[in-house]
Every structure is written in C-alpha cells, then in structure tokens.
Design a protein around this ligand. Structure first.
Ligand code: GLC
Length: 728
C-alpha cells in the first residue's frame, strides 16, 4: 500500500507520514497566478511542493504546465487546486445570481452552473468560488448582485442546485468544478449595506436566517467553504471558532476544508483582533481555517508557532489532511483527465437565454400594453444608456466573460422586429451615471415621433458587486430626467431596468405603462427580452428580493417581525397630509415612515405574466396536527385567459405566538407550474411540521404548539389563507 492506492483516508495518512512540515505548510497556500506567466517564484514553489493551489490563472497552457510540474516534479506529486471566481458563467454568461434567483428554478440554475464548469475546466480550472449564499436584505450592498436574494429557503435550494451543476457527475470528473460556499457567515448583514462592515446579530438570527443555506448546500455535496471577511459580533469569521469549528464541524460534521477570503488572515490585524501576522495565523488556524488565500501568514509563521508550542502539530496535520482528502476526491493525487468534450456554443447560448427569459420580472403592465401589438406598431424608439451595452449587461464577476458574445436589446429587436417597423435608437445618455443632458432632446424627439418607446435604464455593471455599494439606490446620473422628459411626450413607455440590485424607482415606475426588471441578464439578455416584448413567451420571473419605494426604507424584507405596534392598512398620516403648524399629536403610532409608509414598492415573490391566473380551493387535510405531524393541503391553480403561463405557487407559514417573536410569514415551499390556456391544475403539498421549527431562546431548533396560518399565493402577499392548530 502506498499513497497512490487505497482508501483516501489511508492514502492521506501515508502522505502525511512522508511529508516534511514545510511541504505540509506549502499545501495550505493558495497563491495568485501571474496572468499566463509561469514566474520563477511560481515554478519553484510548485516544484518544491510549497504551493497547494493557484487562483486567477486561466491560461490553459500555463495551468497545464503548472499541473505537470506538480504531478511530475514535486516531491509527492500532489496536484494543484486551480481556482477562479466562476460566479454566473465563464465565457458564456448567465444572468447575475440575483437574476437567476428570480426564476425560482433550481433546474435552470443547475444547467447554467454545469455550462460554466464545462467551459472553465477546458482551461484546466477545477475549483470555483461559488455559490455565494449570503442572505441579502440590503440592496445598498453591492454584493446583493451575486446573491440569491433575501430568503434562506430559496437561497439554499438554488445554492444546492449550483453545487450540483458545478460538480456534475463527481469531483474527480474532468468537467467538474469543486464548489466553494461563501461567505461563511452572516456577511450579507453588513451594517448600512457597506461592504466589509461589521455584522451584529443574535445567535438565533445567525442560526435561523444566515446558516441554513450553507447547511443545505453542504448536503448537496459541497466540500469547500470560504470564511467571510466580516466581523461577526466582535469576532471576525476568519477567527471565529464557534462558526468554523463548533457549528461547522461539531454540529454539522462538515468534512471538507475552509479557505480564507483574500488576505482575510492578515486583515485580522486591521480588524484590531491581532497585533502580528503570527497571532493572525494562530487565530485563524485555531478557529478552523485550513487554507490561506493570497497572503502568507501560514507560510511565514506556522512552523514557529509549532516550535514554540503555541499551535499543536496535530492541528497542522488535520488542516493538511482535510485538504488532501478533498484533493483525493478531486482526482488531484491521480491523473485527473482533461475534459474531451468542448461545450457546444449554441447550446450554451440557448441555456443562458432560457435563464434570462425566466429571470426577467414584469412588475407593471398597464392596459396590457405588453406583449407588443406588432400589427399596430409602425415606429419604435429604443432609448437609454443600457439599450446597447454588451459588457454592462453581463453584470459583475465576469473575469472571463466574452462581451462580444452578448446580444443587446437593441440588436435583438433589430433582428426580431419585422421590416415594417421602423426602429429609432437614441442612447440619450452616454452611460448610467452621465449627467450631461445634451442628447436628451434628440431622445425626446425620437419618442415623440414613435408609437411607443422602449426605455432601457439602470446601472452599469461596475456599480454593483464587491465593494460597489451605494447609499442612495436610485437611478444614477440624469436617467430620471431622461425618463420624465420621455414620459412628458405622452407616448406610451416600456421601462426596462438592468441593474445589480433593486433600485428605488417609485416615481419612475408610476410614470410608465410597463416595467420589466432584467437585472444584469447576461450574454443573451437581449433576445430574451425581445421574446418577452413580442409575446413569444410570457414573463415568469418572480422577485427574489423586496423592491423598496425609497432608499431609506432599507433594510426592508417580507419576513419581518410584527413589532408591538404593527402597521396595518393606511392608518397613518402621510407626510404630505400633515397640517402645517400641526401640534404634536399621533399621526399613527405604528411602525412606519411618514414619507413611505411600511410597504415595499413590489413585494418578495411578486411578478406578472401575460395570462390571468388565480388560486382557489385551498384545502387542509386536517386543521389540528400533533407536533410530529405533517401539514398536507391542496390548492387549485386556474388559467383564466391569455397565453401559456408559468407561475410560482408559493407556500408561507406563520406562527402566531411562540417563545420568541416570529416573522409575519416564512416561505416554506414552492412549485413551478406551467398552465396551458384554460387549464386548471390541483397541486398537493405535504410539509413535515419539522419545517416549522425555529431557533428558541436556548438556540436549539424547536417546534411549539399553537395557532398557525398557512398562506398559499403567487407572491408573498395576498394569498389564500387557512389557520390550523399544532397541539402538544
Ligand atoms: C474576493 C471575494 C471572494 C472571492 C475572492 C477571490 O475578495 O470576497 O468572494 O472569491 O476574493 O477573488
């Protein structure tokens, strides 16, 4: 038996027995590539076994040579982890994850991830820093773009789908990318939506809201996790033993390895938790970090920490052992093959087009202006700084994207509209932040002469993503002025928003006939939009995140608490209705804003289609259930009029009285249902009551007797409801 054969654990044990301390520490180092250059430093590091992985090297030949050196010339022949941020596509780009989440469709998320893996492994990559599973309820935060939105269940299911897609048939398969769940944990709660900012939350909130998506994605087979930059209740995640060891290992039994985020270990000094790199390395290694990304605290200090007896040598063996176990699973201790099947470009574009089609959300469609009546359309004005921007429609985190592959709304409409329709394009503004209004007159003229205007506004890609947070989440630049001038012509306007976050567009939305939210829709955003505008498909996207009226409402999300003074109806005096000189008096002592009330512009789960559908006949099998029972019920979805339509039938539950305050409702299940014209479909659900459990005062998951409400709807508000009792 040698380390080349036998069970992984045995192979790892034998390897550890052979390896020097320096080689072991080398495995814990994830170094940055040099953009296609195999520098002497990299070459030496690999040959001497002092490097465990490389990130950001995407040149196939360089990656191939690095692996050859590691396998053939290093002391133990251990292959390299080759990592990249493959977040929502590699060359062919899918909608940003927030857009993919609007599909509510694990299958399309998995398919896009599979495509990413097939493309990225062609260049020799084998590890993706995805899915990002941070619960994001603050659209000021730039990274909301790379999240699956605000709800833990939706995030967990779509994150699990992305893991399946990335990893494919198995970690050792040639076209498999090992997933890396990030950022563990609670990063999305950064104060003020300011990236890298502190996060403060009760342990119950951490366990109830932020951890479940990670647990769900681990169950789907993820073997690596990235610790978050953020400070969690005074202990940065990178040094947080409760997170990285007590919960991840002790409670969940996670067997893979944890990698730090970029320089997050020396940043423990910036946090003010550590005074030296040696202390930072000790804190991170002791808390549960196995691999160090980019920085070199482990390389420079672990040997001394062991020598001084501060860090137990066994912990280093455990760190290296966990990493080698995953490398074994990935085939990196054997001759992992290079993928032979080059992904089909047309199939890839079709996949990301379908994802874009399912992600675009129709939020308003006054007078059923959409789908366009092509017969009556003679002249269409296409206006806006995002109507023809290939790179911007790809969104954030597209290091290896190919903008030249992207088809914009303008290009797609030119191809899709009949020659009888005259199309007039005027950008109106140079880019989304442009404040020069010189071209607005020309845009207004085009709108005036057209039958209707398609106005494509929003954010350039650079305005969302890591460290790209905005305090005021309105339309940047002079876009609102452009919109108002176009609407002042009195001609109908269809507004399409491309953005990496929900924008506070209450006033703008009220002025247009139709509003479609396209997020950053990826390579095929244009053709997908054209199909929806022309009625080749009916919009099926539903909001994965709440849309605020005003920036100041944020954070705003559906699963809020009632509070002791719950806002109900419109029982408050709007700021504009308060009499001048009014003496202090109650304007409605409930939880609301004078200038915004308490409801969002559009709620979580909301979206329109071209068909009229309705739910009816919600029926419970039993309205009194034992604690270990199962909530079984049915509902009927009816297609009343219009084209074939896919709906997201959403199931929410409410616990009226419990030992801790509970959200007014929580998503517990959903079904995607496609109805033909006039069809009626009965849907059956069966939820084990354990799905209702929550984290109690003792931080343990529990279920309690009492009155609950089942709500089944086509959004997070306005569904059919029935009460039931859980009896002890
Ligand atoms: C970044 C991000 C992380 C990413 C890593 C490597 O700072 O926080 O999501 O995977 O560094 O690029």
């Amino acid at each position: 038996m040698n380390h080349k054969t036998g069970p992984f654990s045995e192979r790892v044990r034998l390897l550890l027995a052979e390896m020097s301390l320096e080689e072991k520490i080398g495995q814990l180092l994830l170094v940055n590539g040099a953009e296609g250059e195999l520098t002497e430093e990299l070459r030496t590091g690999i040959i001497t076994g002092r490097i465990g992985g490389v990130l950001n090297e995407a040149d196939a030949d360089t990656v191939g040579e690095m692996q050859r050196l590691a396998r053939e010339e290093s002391p133990r022949g251990i292959g390299l982890l080759m990592a990249r941020d493959v977040i929502h596509g590699y060359h062919t780009i899918a909608p940003i994850p927030l857009g993919q989440a609007a599909s509510w469709n694990p299958e399309i998320v998995e398919a896009c991830a599979r495509l990413s893996a097939q493309e990225a492994t062609q260049d020799g990559l084998n590890w993706a820093f995805a899915p990002m599973l941070d619960v994001s309820r603050d659209p000021r935060w730039g990274r909301v773009a790379e999240s699956f939105g605000e709800d833990p269940l939706l995030i967990g299911e779509l994150g699990a789908a992305m893991v399946r897609g990335l990893q494919g048939k198995g970690l050792d398969h040639a076209d498999s990318l090992a997933a890396c769940l990030k950022h563990f944990a609670g990063y999305g709660a950064c104060e003020a939506g300011r990236d890298y900012n502190s996060t403060f939350m009760p342990e119950g909130e951490l366990r109830q809201t932020h951890l479940p998506p990670f647990k769900r994605a681990i169950e789907a087979g993820a073997r690596t996790i990235m610790a978050s930059f953020s400070d969690l209740n005074g202990i940065p995640a990178t040094a947080n033993k409760q997170l990285l060891t007590d919960i991840l290992r002790g409670e969940w039994g996670f067997g893979g390895f944890v990698v730090s985020d970029w320089e997050a270990i020396p940043q423990l000094m910036d946090h003010g938790l550590c005074a030296t790199e040696k202390d930072a390395a000790f804190e991170a290694a002791s808390a549960g970090v196995e691999m160090e990304m980019y920085s070199s605290c482990f390389r420079d200090t672990l040997a001394a920490l062991i020598e001084k007896g501060r860090l137990n040598k066994k912990r280093v063996d455990e760190m290296v052992g966990r990493l080698l176990e995953v490398k074994c699973e990935m085939g990196l201790l054997d001759d992992r093959k290079h993928p032979v099947n080059v992904p089909d470009m047309a199939a890839g574009l079709a996949c990301v087009k379908q994802a874009a089609l399912e992600s675009i959300v129709l939020l308003r469609n006054q007078d059923n202006l959409l789908p366009l009546d092509q017969a009556g359309l003679k002249r269409l004005a296409v206006i806006g700084p995002l109507a023809d921007k290939q790179a911007d429609q790809l969104g954030t985190w597209v290091f290896d994207g190919k903008p030249e592959l992207a088809i914009t709304p303008l290009k797609a409409l030119k191809e899709a509209l009949p020659a009888s329709v005259e199309l007039d394009f005027v950008a109106g503004l140079g880019h989304s932040r442009d404040t020069s209004t010189a071209e607005i007159d020309q845009a207004v003229n085009a709108a005036r002469q057209a039958d209707l205007t398609l106005l494509v506004l929003g954010e350039e890609a650079i305005l969302s993503g890591e460290a790209h947070c905005r305090a005021q989440i309105d339309l940047p630049g002079a876009q609102s002025e452009l919109l108002n001038r176009i609407c002042d012509t009195g001609k109908p306007v269809i507004l399409v928003i491309m953005a990496g976050r929900p924008l506070a567009i209450e006033k703008e939305a009220s002025r247009v006939k139709s509003l479609l939210y396209a997020w950053h829709p990826g390579s095929m955003g244009g053709p997908a939009l054209a199909d929806l505008l022309l009625g080749k498909a009916s919009p099926m996207g539903r909001l994965p995140i709440t849309m605020p009226r005003l920036s100041g409402q944020v954070p705003i999300y559906y699963a809020r608490r009632r509070t002791g003074r719950p806002p109900t109806g419109e029982f408050y005096t709007h700021i504009d209705d308060i009499a001048v000189g009014a003496a202090q008096h109650s304007t409605g002592n409930t939880s609301h804003h004078l200038d915004a009330g308490y409801t969002p512009l559009f709620p979580f789960g909301f979206g329109l289609g071209y068909a009229e559908t309705r739910l009816e006949k919600l029926q419970l099998e039993s309205s009194r259930l034992p604690m270990d029972g199962c909530l079984s019920f049915s509902v009927e979805l009816v297609h009343e009029s219009g084209p074939r339509q896919r709906e997201v039938v959403q199931v929410y539950l409410r616990d009226h009285v419990a030992s801790v305050t509970r959200p007014i409702k929580e998503l517990k299940a959903w079904q995607l249902v496609e109805l033909a014209v006039g069809e009626r479909r009965k849907l059956d659900f069966s939820l084990p009551l354990s799905e209702l459990s929550f984290v109690g005062r003792d931080q343990a998951w529990r279920i309690e007797p009492g009155t609950h409400t089942l709500e089944v709807g086509l959004a997070s508000d306005g569904g059919l409801t029935l009460d039931f009792e859980i009896v002890a």
